[in-house]
Write a protein that binds this ligand. Structure first.
Ligand code: DQA
Length: 150
């Protein structure tokens, strides 16, 4: 089975973007870590990134159809700043009935107040926050363990 790893806005800048918050690994490094985790756990990994809310929504709908068809376990998503703004992403996750692990590289609760609220969390199966980019393989493993396949 497959897991879709979605990265939202500005995560294409990983590596050079605020390294004190997000570390020095690039998005390519992160995607390689995800592929390694998938190989170790026996799941296929597909990684996508977009700065556009609508693409993320379309991909969640697509994932919902794949989950319903029994071909996908679910989604690991770092929604970036859309975490704090997007009712549309919340509705997409609920509407598509996708098991989704919400992930943040930084500890959003130790940062600005505007990062403390997430529209995604009430629709998420679980949340991984503040463990750096190591959170990605952990989120993939979490999704495998909480699904039937685990
Ligand atoms: C982030 C935290 C968000 O508040 C921020 O807007 C991001 C990245 C994280 O991974 O820590 O873009 O989701």
């Amino acid at each position: 089975k497959k897991i879709l790893v979605l990265n939202g806005p500005n995560l294409n800048l990983l590596g050079t973007r605020e390294p004190a918050q997000y570390g020095h690994e690039t998005l390519a490094d992160v995607e390689r870590m995800c592929q390694e985790a998938g190989a170790r756990l026996g799941v296929e990994i597909e990684c996508r990134q977009s700065n556009h809310e609508g693409f993320l929504i379309d991909w969640i709908h697509e994932a919902g159809r794949e989950v319903a068809a029994g071909r996908m376990l679910g989604v690991v998503m770092n929604p970036g700043a859309y975490t704090h703004t997007s009712i549309a992403l919340h509705d997409a996750i609920k509407g598509a009935s996708v098991p989704l692990i919400e992930l943040h590289i930084s500890n959003v609760h130790a940062r600005e107040e505007f990062r403390h609220h997430s529209y995604i969390s009430p629709a998420a199966r679980g949340i991984i926050v503040g463990l750096g980019v190591k959170g990605y393989p952990l989120a993939i493993e979490a999704l495998v363990r909480v699904s039937d396949a685990g």
